[in-house]
Write a protein that binds this ligand. Structure first.
Ligand code: ZN
Ligand code: ZN
Length: 413
C-alpha cells in the first residue's frame, strides 16, 4: 500500500545509482543483499538494475519486523546466545568468492526499544561474533559494497510520530531521495561532482599530516591523536578488489583512523544515538590514554555501559569524521534514528573497530601492523555525533603548531 506513495521514478533512479555508482557492480559479479521485506519494491528494482549491469546471481536475504519480535517474545533464553552462523559464514564465503554486498536499511530503528535489554545485548553480541568473518571483508574493504535506505512506514512513523502514516512516508521518501541525490535528472553526474568535492577535502587533510585534532565546543575539550600513517577518506574510494565504489548513500563525511592510545579529554554528544533499538542521549565521556575511563548518559546509560563492556576495544576510538553543520542532512533538522543518516549530519567519532583502509597502503597491512600504527580492534563499530554549530577544530602538527580546520561548525578554509 505504502509503495504507491513513493515516486516510482525516484526509486528507479535510486536503484540505478546504487548499482552503478554505489556498488559499481562489475560484469559477472554476484551480489548479496540484505533488506527488510517492506523494501521489496526497491529490491526488485536493484535486482533488475544489477542484472542489466551484468550481475552473475543476485541473492537477497530478508528481515521482517514481526519475525524479529516473534523471537524476542517467544523464544527461550538460550536462543539469544545463538546466531545463524551457517548463513553468515555463507555470506563470508560469497564475499571471498568475489560477490559484492548491498544493504538496504529501513526497519524501524527503535523496533527493540521495549524488549529486554539483556536479550538485545546477548543477541547482538552473538550476531557480531558470527558476522565477524563476513564483516572482515567490509571492514578491510576487500570488496565493493554499498548501503542505501528505503522509506518504510514503520521507520517513517518513528521520525514523524504526529503525522498520518501516508504523510510520514512521503516526507521520509523525500528526505531519502534528496539526501541520496536522486531527485535530479542526472544523479550520476551529481554524484560525480559530490565525490570531487569530498576528494578536495581529503587531499588537503592528507597533505597536512596532522598529529592530532583538537575538538572544542559545549561540554567538549577533546584531543584525538591520529594513527601513524593515517589516511583521510571520503566519497568514492577503491576497494581492494580494484573497484571504485561509494559505500554510503548518502555520505557527507571525510574520515580517518584515530590512535587507539592517544585520545585525551572530555566529549559530549550533540545528537541522540540510536543503537540496536535503544536511544542513548546526552553522552558524556572522559578519555585517558585513549581509553574511556568515565562514561554517563542522560538517557540509555545502561545500554551505553553495556556497549562499552563488549570488549577491550569498545572503550577506544576506531574512527573520527568531519561533517560541516551546513550539510543537507543536518539542515533537514530531522533525527533519523539511523546511523547512515545521523552520522552524516555532524562530526562524529566511532567506538570500536577501525577501518584498515584509512591508512597509507592500508590494503597491504596485516592486522598486527594496523595495531602497531594505533588502529583499534573490536567487535563493535558505533558512531556517535559530537559536532554542531559551536564546534571548533584545530589540526595539531607534530611540532605543536595549529591549523584551524573547523570554526563554528564549518570548514575554516
Ligand atoms: Zn563515519
Ligand atoms: Zn563509522
Amino acid at each position: 500500500m505504502t509503495q504507491d506513495l513513493i515516486d516510482p521514478r525516484a526509486l528507479d533512479r535510486l536503484a540505478e545509482v546504487a548499482v552503478s555508482v554505489g556498488l559499481n557492480l562489475q560484469q559477472g559479479q554476484d551480489l548479496i543483499l540484505t533488506a527488510p521485506v517492506a523494501a521489496l519494491p526497491l529490491v526488485r528494482r536493484i535486482a533488475a538494475a544489477a542484472y542489466r549491469a551484468g550481475a552473475g546471481v543476485v541473492t537477497p536475504i530478508f528481515s521482517d519486523e514481526e519475525l524479529t519480535l516473534a523471537r524476542y517474545r517467544n523464544a527461550q533464553k538460550e536462543s539469544f546466545d545463538k546466531a545463524p552462523t551457517w548463513l553468515l559464514e555463507g555470506m563470508a564465503a560469497g564475499f571471498a568468492g568475489g560477490a559484492a554486498r548491498m544493504a538496504i536499511v529501513g526497519d524501524d530503528p527503535m523496533l527493540l526499544a521495549e524488549e529486554d535489554p539483556e536479550k538485545v545485548g546477548r543477541a547482538g553480541k552473538a550476531n557480531s561474533i558470527a558476522y565477524r568473518p563476513a564483516l572482515d571483508h567490509i571492514a578491510n574493504f576487500r570488496i565493493n559494497w554499498n548501503i542505501i535506505s528505503y522509506p518504510t512506514a514503520s521507520w517513517a512513523k518513528r521520525i514523524f510520530p504526529d503525522l498520518p502514516e501516508d504523510e510520514a512516508v512521503r516526507r521520509l521518501a523525500d528526505a531519502i531521495f534528496a539526501a541520496s541525490r536522486v531527485l535530479g535528472e542526472d544523479p550520476v553526474a551529481e554524484w560525480k561532482a559530490h565525490n570531487a568535492a569530498l576528494a578536495e577535502r581529503t587531499k588537503w587533510l592528507n597533505a597536512q599530516r596532522f598529529d592530532a585534532l583538537h575538538f572544542t565546543g559545549p561540554g567538549t575539550d577533546l584531543r584525538v591523536g591520529l594513527a601513524e600513517d593515517h589516511e583521510w577518506m571520503g566519497g568514492a574510494s577503491k576497494a581492494q578488489n580494484g573497484v571504485v565504489c561509494n559505500p554510503n548513500m548518502p555520505t557527507e563525511e571525510v574520515f580517518t583512523t584515530p590512535h587507539a592510545a592517544r585520545v585525551e579529554g572530555t566529549v559530549r554528544s550533540t545528537k541522540p544515538l540510536s543503537h540496536q533499538g535503544s536511544l542513548i542521549d546526552g553522552i558524556e565521556v572522559r578519555f585517558e590514554g585513549g581509553r574511556i575511563v568515565e562514561a554517563k548518559a542522560s538517557k540509555g546509560e545502561q545500554v551505553l555501559l553495556k556497549l562499552l563492556d563488549t570488549d577491550e576495544g569498545a572503550r577506544r576510538l576506531g574512527e573520527v569524521a568531519l561533517v560541516p553543520h551546513s550539510s543537507p542532512i543536518s539542515q533537514s533538522g530531522l533525527l533519523f534514528y539511523n546511523t547512515l543518516y545521523d552520522e552524516n549530519a555532524a562530526c562524529h567519532i566511532a567506538l570500536g573497530q577501525c577501518y584498515s583502509k584509512c591508512f597509507l597502503d592500508g590494503a597491504s597491512l596485516s592486522q598486527d601492523e594496523v595495531k602497531a600504527k594505533g588502529g583499534n580492534a573490536s567487535l563493535i563499530h558505533v558512531d556517535w555525533m559530537i559536532g554542531g554549530a559551536e564546534t571548533d577544530i584545530d589540526g595539531v602538527k607534530p611540532d605543536g603548531s595549529r591549523v584551524p580546520v573547523f570554526r563554528k561548525g564549518e570548514w575554516a578554509r
